[in-house]
Design a protein. Structure first.
Length: 315
């Protein structure tokens, strides 16, 4: 073996630390301790302070919840939802002077609508004021019979809280389109603050028939009757708002007409109803109290017999 190699082995045997790899980090334990000592943390809460504050916030919340519960229980015990809604809404007039002021206020709101100003400037439309048959009773015998004992819905629609002012009608004879704006009062509500769906269906039927009569020159509206009506309620209609009925008429032949349209909020333009009505022109069959009872009896017998047959089939 070479003498130089022998010297190197002897040196390593006498100094084993020479085999270690010496590397110094840029920081050591002392630097880390100094770093954390310079950071200022908030002092921990003392034992007595923590014990004194424990349970204070839940007690405050419990008091609030109890207060709301007691107030709600007292109000619900003394007043119904309808009575609370009546308190929140404006009161209806009690005499003729108040009724006149109420109608003038509604008329001012009607004329301030943007859609009214827009349609008034359009030369295609002819502006009229029409009650759309809401202030008259139809000449059907069955309604004449009932009017002797109980008032029909048509008699109460044109009072304050119903349709207090005459609807505003814009008619386009060339394109067979019409726009009717009607105010819906709070007496038309089914649920609190929401117009009854049946009342809206009645309005759609009357407005669409009136528009069809105006577009096709039918002088007697009673000759038109609804053969089919499809209503799609998009969103609830709130009371004390103006509703815009937009219609478009089309002749189907054989004295049948198709009227399609929408009902929207005249102020916010939110769609409320999509409607399609098939109207037929012709004389209605005789309708008296006796014939009506006979038809109802026949229908009830047919339904009962149908149920028996279906039960036998299932048996």
């Amino acid at each position: 073996m070479n003498s130089l190699a022998i010297r190197a082995l002897k040196l390593l045997a006498s100094r084993p630390s020479a085999l270690k790899f010496q590397y110094r980090l840029p920081f050591n334990g002392i630097d880390i301790a100094r770093h954390f000592n310079t950071i200022k943390y908030p002092p921990p809460p003392s034992y007595f302070e923590h014990k004194a504050n424990k349970g204070k916030r839940p007690r405050r919340k419990f008091r609030k919840y109890m207060l709301f519960f007691v107030v709600g229980a007292v109000i619900s015990y003394n007043y119904s939802i309808h009575e609370l809604v009546e308190m929140l809404l404006d009161t209806l007039p009690d005499n003729k002077l108040e009724a006149k002021a109420y109608e003038e206020k509604l008329e001012s709101r009607l004329q301030d609508l943007k859609v009214v100003k827009k349609l008034s400037k359009d030369e295609r439309f002819v502006q009229t004021r029409s009650w759309e048959s809401f202030n008259t009773i139809s000449k059907l015998p069955i309604e004449e019979y009932h009017s002797k004992k109980n008032p029909i819905i048509h008699e109460s629609l044109t009072e304050p809280g119903g349709i207090a002012i005459a609807p505003l009608v814009f008619n386009d004879a060339e394109n067979r389109e019409s726009h009717v704006i009607i105010h819906l009062g709070k007496r038309l509500a089914g649920y609190p603050l929401i117009v009854h769906g049946g009342v809206l269906g009645l309005m759609v039927d009357e407005v669409f028939k009136k528009s069809c009569a105006a577009e096709f020159g039918v002088l007697d509206v009673n000759k038109l009757h609804t053969e089919k009506s499809v209503l799609n309620y998009r969103s609830p209609t709130f009371v004390n708002t103006f509703a815009l009925f937009e219609t478009k008429c089309e002749a189907l032949g054989d004295d049948k007409y198709k009227v399609t349209g929408t009902v929207t909020n005249a102020k916010t333009h939110r769609k409320l109803i999509d409607a399609e009505v098939i109207i037929k022109k012709g004389k209605l069959p005789d309708c008296t109290e006796e014939t009506t009872r006979q038809k109802l009896a026949q229908d009830s017998k047919g339904r009962s017999s149908g149920r028996k047959r279906s039960w036998l089939l299932w048996a």
